[in-house]
Design a protein. Structure first.
Length: 278
């Protein structure tokens, strides 16, 4: 058993990913009844594998380090809270060592050399070194020809975390729809216990990608994204969330999420978003 001291900005979700355990396991082990944690709080962390410290050397890549220690790029990025595959010489990494693990064969994909390509540009784009690329393809020089087929190792996708600033009119539902994730994922990632949002609030947004980290603030610019239109309803005397949900063939939870409601109380004349216009 090991312990971890909660740092500023930590969430149970982030800590669970860092140590390769589940949020539920952390909550059970520490007798937590909610996802709320405070800076300086000491959490018990189950020890599952041995870890070592590794100092990045010239020529290293996540791929080469993962292969050397019989682990994966995904595990290294998760354990070290990395948001990209970039490394710097002298950087300290935590590497998980599992003596009982069996080696997983490396899989490869084909890449056809295009005009303007070089070993450096291809290696850099695929997060490996030039030497690794040459070794995989039995190359004895740096010369390439257009149309030449190279083998490239398939890479684990890195889970990227970026920040989103809450805008006027935003709700957890609309933000989740915008970025193709669920309301529960946003709440879990940000330790939210209700659907309330404040303008200017910073939210962590998750996406799984092997490319560059997403920037949610720019994600919708010039991509054809259109802000969704909603059916609006004005609350009448005698209305309840239940009767409105039944009338429009939706659910109470959807209406509450869409309108940032924390309870079932309604006010006559109140404007509600009901559901997206299809």
């Amino acid at each position: 058993m090991q312990t971890y001291t909660v740092q500023s900005g930590d969430t149970l979700y982030g800590i669970s990913k860092q140590f390769g355990v589940s949020v539920d396991e952390l909550k059970r082990l520490n007798n937590l009844t909610s996802n709320t944690i405070t800076k300086g709080e000491i959490l018990k962390i189950p020890s599952t594998v041995t870890t070592i410290d590794y100092v990045v050397k010239k020529g290293d890549s996540l791929y080469s380090i993962a292969k050397r220690y019989n682990t994966t790029v995904k595990d290294i990025t998760r354990l070290n809270n990395l948001t990209s595959n970039s490394l710097t010489v002298g950087q300290l990494l935590i590497i998980a060592i599992d003596d009982n693990a069996t080696s997983t064969p490396t899989t490869y994909k084909d890449y056809v050399v295009k005009k303007g390509d070089s070993l450096y540009s291809i290696a850099n784009k695929n997060n490996i070194t030039v030497d690794e690329l040459k070794k995989i393809n039995n190359l004895t020089s740096n010369m390439l020809s257009i149309g030449q087929v190279l083998k490239l190792p398939t890479q684990d996708k890195v889970e990227e975390i970026a920040m989103y600033t809450v805008q006027k009119g935003d709700s957890l539902y609309s933000i989740a729809k915008k970025f193709g994730i669920t309301v529960d994922e946003i709440k879990s990632l940000n330790n939210l216990t209700s659907n309330n949002l404040a303008i200017g609030e910073q939210l962590m947004i998750k996406s799984s990608t092997g490319d560059e980290p997403i920037n949610p603030e720019e994600e919708c610019i010039g991509t054809g994204y259109v802000e969704p239109q909603y059916i609006m309803y004005t609350v009448q005397r005698g209305d309840s969330l239940y009767t409105i949900a039944r009338r429009y063939n939706t659910s109470v939870d959807n209406i509450k999420a869409l309108n940032n409601l924390t309870n079932n109380n309604l006010t006559i004349g109140e404007q509600l978003k009901i559901k997206e216009v299809s």
